[in-house]
Ligand binder design. Structure first.
Ligand code: ASP
Length: 340
């Protein structure tokens, strides 16, 4: 971690406050937080270091005054198409049977959402999720049905298993040890991470929000396993009155607490984004303290003031921010320091 990042980690909240300008919160008659929307201050935030290039793609839409939902779709397509990114889209690590199966979801400012799970042979899972949202009466398509829907709608059938991911999978087969643990863990050949996901949330010029989340899921998962990433409310939630949140890490722990929805509801109760993410992390710990020490989960949130924050179970969760003032990657605060 660079010194700059270390510094930013501790000064993030104040930065977000400066961005937000003044306190624009007011109570509704139901006691919920209500926001006066900050306009003309688009912002996009996303998980992990590779979020930076994805944010840049999203920004090309936001800076032209485009919709947040269009921006996040454009943004997450970048890691989906990158064969070097082994946790999303093309080149994603396969399941234990050697099949690359993708999970993704998207949500707009009108509570419209679409999702695909266990999608195969199609690079841009997020665009298939978008089409489920736009063109079907459903929210979620899975497995063969999702793949069939994509191919019928003109998506190209491709082999997503790159030689590198195939080689690593074959190496993994020698021991077949499957223990989804922390993001920095000596589980993969060469001691690499076995998971990551891009979750991205944005607010556009008009103060409308959108979010997208896409992943190849946990490496070497059971065939058919679905994580949090395509589950609306778990891996992603967007509430245009309040804010948006997304997650990464061991999806099972996120699903158990319906994590992203929880973060948004905590913001509705008045918490700042980072505090809301922290409370969700603490909920995971409270539900299963032993497990929580061993796994990584990170949350990321953006509220209608344009304030943002993140929090993780373990050290090492980074996230990327782009707005009119900031374009950088930060480390989130975390609960455990290497499990100690
Ligand atoms: N959340 C993803 C899943 O459980 C993986 C990750 O973010 O690392 O499939």
């Amino acid at each position: 971690m660079s010194d700059r990042r270390r510094f930013v980690k501790f000064s993030l909240l104040s930065g977000a406050a400066v961005l937000a300008g003044k306190n624009l919160f007011a109570k509704t008659d139901k006691g919920d937080r209500k926001y006066d929307v900050v306009k003309d201050q688009p912002i996009v935030i996303s998980t992990w270091d590779f979020g930076k290039v994805a944010n840049a793609a999203a920004w090309t839409v936001l800076k032209k005054g485009g919709r947040a939902v269009d921006a996040v779709e454009e943004g997450v397509k970048v890691p989906e198409a990158d064969p070097k990114n082994q946790s999303v889209g093309l080149g994603g690590r396969p399941d234990r049977d050697g099949r690359v199966t993708l999970d993704a979801c998207i949500m707009d400012e009108n509570y419209k959402c679409g999702s695909v799970a266990a999608l195969e042979h199609v690079v841009h899972a997020i665009s298939v999720a978008r089409l489920v949202m736009e063109k079907t009466p459903h929210v979620m398509l899975v497995g063969d049905g999702a793949t069939q829907f994509a191919l019928e709608n003109g998506f190209k059938k491709e082999n997503l298993l790159t030689p590198k991911s195939e080689e690593e999978w074959k190496e993994w087969l020698k021991t077949s040890k499957y223990e989804p643990k922390k993001n920095i863990e000596n589980m993969m050949p060469g001691g690499k991470d076995n998971h990551d996901t891009i979750g991205m949330v944005a607010m556009d010029k008009n103060g409308n929000m959108g979010g997208a989340c896409t992943t190849s899921g946990m490496a070497y998962k059971m065939h058919g396993r679905v994580g949090d990433s395509p589950i609306i409310g778990a891996g992603l939630y967007v509430d245009n009155e309040i804010g948006a949140a997304t997650s990464t890490g061991v999806g099972e722990e996120v699903i158990r607490i319906v994590g992203s929805h929880l973060v948004v509801e905590l913001m509705r109760q008045g918490l700042e984004p980072e505090d809301a993410c922290k409370r969700a992390v603490e909920r995971i710990i409270a539900r299963n303290p032993e497990k929580a020490k061993e796994v990584q989960v990170g949350f990321l949130a953006l509220n209608k003031n344009g304030a943002y924050g993140a929090y993780a179970l373990q050290k090492g969760f980074s996230y990327a921010v782009k707005n009119g003032n900031v374009e950088d990657v930060f480390f989130a605060k975390y609960f455990y320091d290497d499990g100690k």
